[in-house]
Ligand binder design. Structure first.
Ligand code: NDP
Length: 451
């Protein structure tokens, strides 16, 4: 009989924690898990899922306009923000119940409380003490905002999902995933959107053609893109907010949403006291099996800040459980992780950007195509799709694919298998296209771009 209450105790019931708990329990471990908020974590409760629902909602504005080119005559469209939020909340409640059921069916004991370390094997969970042979930290992250005067008047994505009304004028600060996604959501739903970004092109880290095309397309859709702009402070007005910018100019809006990055949830866990190695940024240091510097304590997901994406956290959690409880050795590779930005138009990307490929591989071939998608021949919308393949000249392996345009995330998810598997340009060339699709472009690109 074990001297511990549990074989495994998981801190945090988000994507990574829940997957690890269920798989470990399936391998026969006695598992407990604690969660102070709602089970499901950032992705399900206040991230990917509700965001994507709002993205769908926002896209209807364009769909109605585009329908005219196809012979539809629609009356004036009316939109209700409260109805959308209520519908979205119902779906999130449903998913929350699914997660609760999954845990219970797996035999995992849930504690609806915050947990923290008493020592390396004991945790305080709410007002109880539990002990575990192994502990998994999967506490995720939360939005970070800069410390400027008046920042208390700003919201983050957490609050954006629960606004009582759609802001008439909204400033979105940041140029990353969340800022680009929310400026598209607010713009599509009818707000006047100002996107303020300190750099000279959105989506730093992405391929330069992606950044160029997203900037141009977002601007065409009506988002007022204010590049090389920073907010010095925020003042509350009788009606709305005033942003004072770096050059003394001011901008009046009804809401300001900061999307300036996220940081790991490590405060109050007692990590330093038990000697877990944590970087200055809060990120827990782990090896490729998600093990910390303490042998029986592991960490997965955003709290380790490796690649902060839900499927990565799930993969890390699953691999941890299989490795420790399933007798398999499953280290996690973070190479060629595909990702998407659900901006409008969206981005799908896997592998190296052109810039990074030149650094890592030296000689590369770049194939690029920019075209008006077939849907917009009749809709008349002036929106471009951009597709790009990066090929290592020596091995001829395709090492990067970047798409901006309709269905980009869906297309890249499929092609990511080819890139992850190391397929060559010749494999792409001998694959038949499906006509007429946009994705066929990727198997019909014949000549590298001459720079
Ligand atoms: P990102 O790191 O993507 O972007 C942060 C943005 O804020 C950058 O544009 C950054 O500028 C800017 N910024 C940082 N500090 C300041 C500051 N002090 N003043 C002004 N601007 C600042 O973070 P997000 O919050 O957008 O998203 C967090 C993470 O969540 C992402 O990295 C991603 O891993 C994940 N995510 C994934 C999604 C998806 O898969 N579709 C969707 C949403 C989130 P600069 O570029 O100059 O540093």
């Amino acid at each position: 009989m074990s001297k511990f209450d549990f074989d495994l105790f998981v801190l945090g019931a988000g994507s990574g924690g829940v997957r690890a708990a269920r798989i470990a329990a399936g391998h026969g471990a006695r598992v407990g898990i604690c969660e102070a908020s709602r089970v499901g974590g950032t992705c399900v409760i206040r991230g990917c899922v509700p965001k994507k629902l709002l993205v769908y909602a926002a896209h209807f504005a364009e769909d109605f306009e585009d329908a005219r080119g196809y012979g539809w005559d629609l009356g004036p469209a009316k939109f209700s923000w409260p109805d959308l939020i209520r519908a979205k909340d119902r779906e999130i409640d449903r998913l929350n119940q699914v997660y609760l059921r999954l845990l219970s069916e797996a035999g995992v004991r849930l504690y609806p409380s915050h947990g923290s370390f008493i020592d390396a094997h004991q945790l305080r969970v709410g007002d109880q003490t539990v002990s575990a042979e192994r502990i998994l930290i999967a506490t995720g992250g939360h939005p970070w905002v800069p410390d400027i005067a008046g920042i208390e008047h700003a919201i983050t994505s957490d609050e954006a999902f629960h606004l009582e009304e759609l802001p008439g004028r909204v400033a979105v600060v940041g140029g990353g995933y969340i800022a680009c996604e929310f400026s598209g959501i607010f713009n599509g739903l009818g707000s006047q959107v100002y996107q303020l970004y300190r750099g000279d092109a959105l989506l730093r880290g992405f391929d330069h053609d992606v950044r160029r095309v997203v900037g141009a397309e977002v601007g065409k859709k009506g988002v007022e893109l204010m590049l090389e702009t920073t907010v010095e402070h925020i003042r509350k007005l009788e009606h709305g907010l005033e942003l004072v910018l770096h050059d003394g100019a001011t901008l009046e809006v009804d809401q300001v949403m900061y999307a300036t990055g996220r940081v790991p949830n490590v405060r109050g866990l007692g990590l330093r006291e038990i000697g877990i190695e944590v970087r200055a940024t809060g990120q827990i240091v782990v090896d490729e099996c998600s093990q910390t510097n303490i042998e029986h304590i592991h960490a997965v997901g955003d709290v380790t800040s490796r690649v902060n994406l839900t499927p990565v956290a799930i993969y890390e959690g699953h691999s941890f459980a299989d490795t420790v409880y399933g007798g398999m050795m499953r280290p996690v590779s973070h190479e060629f992780v595909p990702s998407a930005v659900f901006s409008q138009p969206p981005v799908g990307s896997v592998g190296f950007s052109e810039e990074d490929a030149r650094i890592h591989y030296g000689a590369i071939d770049v194939y690029r195509s920019e075209f008006r998608p077939m849907k917009h021949t009749l809709s008349g919308r002036n929106e471009k799709t951009m597709m790009k393949l990066i090929v290592d000249r020596v091995s001829q392996k395709v090492i990067g694919i970047h798409i901006v345009g309709l269905d980009a995330p869906e297309i890249v998810q499929g092609y990511a298998v080819a890139v992850k598997s190391g397929l060559t340009k010749e494999c792409f060339d001998c694959t038949m296209g499906i006509h007429p699709t946009a994705a066929e472009e990727l198997v019909t690109m014949r000549s590298p771009v001459r720079e």
